[in-house]
Design a protein around this ligand. Structure first.
Ligand SMILES: *Cc1c(COP(=O)(O)O)cnc(C)c1O
Length: 471
C-alpha cells in the first residue's frame, strides 16, 4: 500500500515511512492511495472473530506486508490484552434505535487507548527491525499525555517525554501520568500554561540539530496509523448489528475529527454505513460548516467536554481531500485561505458530497448535563459529557429512520466526576485498575518555562548516544 499527501506535493511513502513520519513534508496528512475493499462475504466473516483478530484483519491491507500477518496479529492481540472488558469494545442497547459502543475500557479510560496501544507497539516493532530508537516528545493539557505514556511505557526502542502545565491538570490526570514509573517514561511539569508546553515542544522540533541528535518523534492525532487502528470498531459494531445485510449509522462526539474519519474510511471500504453524525459542544465549527458550507473559526470556549474544545479539526483535512476528488492543490489553496483569514467556503460539489454522508448537531454545557441526567433517569447509565453529546446527537438526527444508530462512548464517566456529580447527583467509582491511584508514588520533574533547561533535561536523561542509531 502506498500513501499520498492531502496537499499533493510530498513524496509517496509506504506504510512504515508514514508511520514514522506523521505529518507530510508539504504540511499535508497522509492517506492510502486507494481504499481497500471488503466484500459482503468478508464482512460477514468478521462477526466470528474476537476484537483483536478483527482489528488485525482490517489493518492488514493498510500495512501492505510491511509486517508479516502473524506478527501483526500478535501486536493487536497484545495491544488489547490489557483492556478491562472481555469484549474490548462492548455494545449496549439504550433504546429502540440507539446503541452505545463503549470504547473506554483501556488503561487510561478514554477511546484514545484503542489506537495508542496499537501505535506504541507498531513503532517499537518497526524501530527494532531497523535498529533505531526514537524520543517521543509531546505536550498535554491532560488526557492525550496519559494515553501516550501508557502506549510507550516499557517499549524498548522508545523514550517518551510528556510536558504538562504544573498545577493546571486535574489530580487524576496528573497521577495517570506521573505514577507510571517505567524507566523510559519522563514527566516534566512546566511552570507555565498548556500553550507554554506546546511552544516548548514546537521549539524542540524546530531546533534541527537537537531534533536530529535526539531523533525526536510524535504520536499525535494526525498519524495515519492511529486512524487506521480506529476503523476496526466501526466494522465490529456494524457486524454485531447485522452488517452487511443491515446498514447502520454512527454518532461521534468530535474534536480533531480523527475518530469519525475512521468511520468514513470504513464506509469507503465497503461497510454499509448510512450516515455519520458529528456531535459538537459549543465549539461547533464542524456542525456550522456542514449546515452552512462556510468553515469559519471562532474563539475556543472551555466546556464540560474539554477533548472537543477545538476550533481547527486537523483530521478534517483528510475528508476535504476526498470531497475535492483527491485534488491536493485544491485542498492546499482552500486551507491557505482558511489560515490567512480564519474562514473559507466549500465548493458546491464538495458541500453536497459532505452532506450526503454527514450531518452535525451541537449541545452547549447545559444541554449536555441535561442529556446525562435524562439518560441516568431513563436507563440507570452514567455517561461522561463527551459520550452524552454523541448519544444526544444520535437521538436528535436519527429522526424516524429505521436504521440503528451507534453512539460512540469516548470516555469512562469516572474521568469526569464533577460533571457526572452535577448531572446525576452521584460520583462514579474509578475502575478497579485505578482504585489505588491516589496511593501510588509519583515521579515528575518540575522545570521553569525555559527551552534550554528542558533540552538539557532531555539530553541528560537520554545519556550520550542514547538517541542515536543503535548498531
Ligand atoms: C479525543 C477525544 C474526543 C475527540 O476525538 P477526535 O478524534 O479528536 O474527534 C472525544 N472524546 C474524548 C473523551 C476524547 O478523548
Amino acid at each position: 500500500m502506498k500513501y499520498v499527501s492531502t496537499r499533493g506535493a510530498a513524496p509517496v511513502l509506504d506504510f512504515e515511512e508514514v508511520l514514522l513520519a506523521g505529518l507530510a513534508r508539504d504540511g499535508g496528512l497522509y492517506l492510502p492511495e486507494t481504499w481497500p475493499q471488503f466484500s459482503a462475504e468478508e464482512i460477514r466473516a468478521l462477526a466470528r472473530l474476537d476484537y483483536a483478530e478483527l482489528a488485525a484483519r482490517i489493518a492488514r491491507p493498510f500495512v501492505g506486508g510491511a509486517i508479516p500477518d502473524d506478527e501483526l496479529d500478535g501486536i493487536f492481540a497484545e495491544a488489547y490484552a490489557g483492556f478491562d472488558h472481555a469484549a474490548v469494545a462492548p455494545l449496549k442497547q439504550l433504546d429502540r434505535q440507539v446503541w452505545f459502543l463503549e470504547l473506554f475500557h483501556g488503561p487510561t479510560l478514554a477511546f484514545k487507548d484503542m489506537a495508542m496501544q496499537v501505535l506504541g507497539r507498531l513503532f517499537d516493532h518497526v524501530l527494532a527491525r531497523r535498529g533505531e530508537r526514537v524520543t517521543i516528545v509531546g505536550a498535554t493539557s491532560g488526557d492525550t499525555g496519559a494515553a501516550a505514556i501508557e502506549a510507550c511505557r516499557d517499549r524498548s526502542q522508545i523514550e517518551i517525554f510528556i510536558l504538562h502545565p504544573e498545577g493546571r491538570v486535574s489530580e487524576v490526570q496528573r497521577r495517570q501520568m506521573t505514577t507510571v514509573t517505567a524507566a523510559n517514561v519522563h514527566n516534566i511539569a512546566i511552570q507555565g500554561t498548556f500553550d507554554d508546553c506546546q511552544d516548548l515542544v514546537k521549539a524542540m522540533f524546530n531546533d534541527a540539530a537537537f531534533r536530529d541528535e535526539m531523533r525526536l518523534s510524535a504520536v499525535n492525532s494526525i498519524n495515519w496509523a492511529r486512524v487506521m487502528a480506529q476503523i476496526a470498531y466501526y466494522f465490529a459494531a456494524a457486524a454485531a448489528l447485522g452488517a452487511p445485510e443491515r446498514a447502520v449509522s454512527f454518532a461521534v462526539p468530535t474534536g480533531n475529527f480523527g475518530n469519525i474519519f475512521a468511520g468514513y474510511a470504513a464506509r469507503a471500504m465497503g461497510l454499509p454505513i448510512e450516515r455519520l453524525y458529528v456531535g459538537s459542544n459549543s465549539n461547533d465549527i464542524l456542525a456550522r460548516t456542514i449546515a452552512t458550507g462556510d468553515m469559519a473559526m471562532a474563539e475556543v470556549v472551555p466546556t464540560h467536554s474539554p477533548a472537543m474544545d477545538i476550533q481547527v479539526s486537523s483530521n478534517f483535512e483528510r475528508l476535504l481531500f476526498e470531497l475535492y476528488g483527491r485534488d491536493g492543490a485544491a485542498v492546499a489553496a482552500l486551507l491557505e485561505g482558511f489560515r490567512a483569514s480564519g474562514a473559507c467556503a466549500l465548493e458546491a460539489g464538495a458541500l453536497a458530497a459532505l452532506r450526503q454522508v454527514f450531518a452535525g448537531h451541537r449541545l452547549d454545557d447545559r444541554e449536555t448535563v441535561a442529556e446525562m441526567a435524562r439518560l441516568y433517569r431513563a436507563t440507570g447509565e452514567t455517561v461522561d459529557p463527551h459520550s452524552a453529546i454523541g448519544i444526544a446527537t444520535a437521538r436528535a438526527l436519527a429522526g424516524d429512520s429505521e436504521t440503528p444508530v451507534i453512539a460512540l462512548g469516548t470516555a469512562h464517566p469516572a474521568k469526569f466526576p464533577e460533571a457526572v456529580e452535577l448531572a446525576c447527583g452521584m460520583s462514579p467509582d474509578l475502575p478497579a485498575r485505578l482504585a489505588d491511584l491516589f496511593e501510588r508514588e509519583e515521579r515528575c520533574l518540575v522545570l521553569p518555562n525555559d527551552l534550554s533547561e528542558v533540552q538539557d533535561a532531555v539530553r541528560a536523561r537520554l545519556g550520550p548516544g542514547r538517541g542515536r542509531l543503535a548498531s
